[in-house]
Design a binder for this molecule. Structure first.
Ligand SMILES: Cc1cc2nc3c(=O)[nH]c(=O)nc-3n(C[C@H](O)[C@H](O)[C@H](O)COP(=O)(O)OP(=O)(O)OC[C@H]3O[C@@H](n4cnc5c(N)ncnc54)[C@H](O)[C@@H]3O)c2cc1C
Length: 299
């Protein structure tokens, strides 16, 4: 990009290809791309996002709660759940709940830990995990200034690094039994977890920023009213769940889908702030291609 005109793409500072239209869909963890755009004077903005922990129960506990004790019915699949509460002015909600699932290490850089979850197609793991996250606006964050596009990203990075340190500077993550977290006690031992690199006992109230930890504590108590048994000593919190969505957005024209200042650049998918999940990212890709076809009157 030169003087807000897109010239094409360059690969590893070696090959250059001239293009008039480029779809930029590098995902929400390509921080180097956000820094590159900012360096080149391409407008990007801080975005609201959500951050918290991955909670893991035994799947049979979730089945028991959701099926009201009817756990031996062979026709019922491993149960899912969806929870949401407003706590002290912010939303706290379950995200990407994985029945019969596994918590996976998902860091993308050195000196950070990140968790996420997935389920095998049979959903037959003995665990049920879910992100439990607090919705944050850039203006809620410490160090907020209106013009800083990196305030959310820096917050995300700080939490991921703090968890890496608390976890012993490996891919182990800091963890706490849910009841211990709510009562501010360190956990002395843990049930088995699906998180393969392992967990280290820590008080997540001290590892996570107060604006997150305080709301999570209250949310677990409220969630337990909706799903009695959810707040359990056998549920383990793994920190952090921090990649729910992009902390940065790349603004685009609502009609042409081009960047608001750079013609020919199509910010696309989750990293640009226009999708959350596989389907919406795929659809946004189709929308961008359609927008280009429309420009050339192919359709
Ligand atoms: C463990 C896990 C489980 C998930 N489970 C689900 C689920 O069950 N359902 C669901 O809807 N969503 C799920 N998601 C989220 C889903 O994967 C994302 O929402 C979706 O992939 C976003 O699509 P995207 O195309 O915007 O970005 P991505 O899929 O992140 O694609 C971005 C691509 O750009 C590439 N890239 C980055 N930088 C560069 C560069 N400089 N040059 C060239 N290429 C680059 C990356 O390598 C990547 O291939 C899960 C995510 C994880 C990590």
């Amino acid at each position: 990009i030169e003087n807000k005109v897109l010239k094409g793409i360059e690969i590893n500072k070696q090959q250059r290809y001239a293009f008039d239209e480029v779809v930029l869909a590098t995902g929400h963890s390509a921080r180097d791309i956000f820094y590159l755009l900012h360096e080149k004077g391409v407008k990007i903005e801080a975005k609201p996002f959500a951050l918290g922990v991955r909670a893991e129960h035994q799947q049979e506990v979730i089945n028991y709660i959701q099926y009201h004790g009817e756990t031996d019915n062979p026709y019922l699949p491993p149960a899912a759940y969806s929870l949401v509460e407003q706590v002290d002015g912010m939303g706290v909600y379950s995200f990407c709940m994985c029945p019969g699932g596994i918590i996976a290490p998902c860091a993308t850089q050195q000196e950070e830990v990140v968790t996420n979850g997935w389920s095998p197609s049979k959903r037959n793991n003995p665990y049920a995990n879910s992100g439990i996250v607090v919705s944050v606006e850039p203006k809620d964050l410490p160090n907020y200034t209106p013009d800083d596009p990196f305030v959310s990203l820096n917050f995300q990075k700080e939490v991921e690094r703090a968890c890496w340190i608390a976890g012993g500077k490996t891919q182990q993550v800091p963890a706490q039994r849910m009841t211990d977290f709510v009562n501010g006690r360190i956990s002395n031992d843990f049930p088995k977890t699906s998180y393969q690199p392992g967990i280290v006992s820590a008080d997540l109230n001290k590892v996570l920023p107060k604006l997150i930890a305080n709301r999570l504590r209250k949310a677990f108590v409220l969630f337990n009213k909706k799903m009695p048994g959810y707040l359990s000593k056998d549920a383990v919190l793994h920190a952090p769940e921090s990649r729910t969505s992009s902390p940065v957005s790349i603004p685009r024209n609502a009609e042409t889908l081009e960047h608001i200042e750079v013609r020919g650049l199509y910010p696309c998918g989750e990293g640009a702030g226009y999708a959350g999940g596989i389907m919406s990212a795929a659809i946004d890709g189709i929308n961008c291609v359609d927008a280009i076809a429309k420009k050339y009157q192919v359709v």
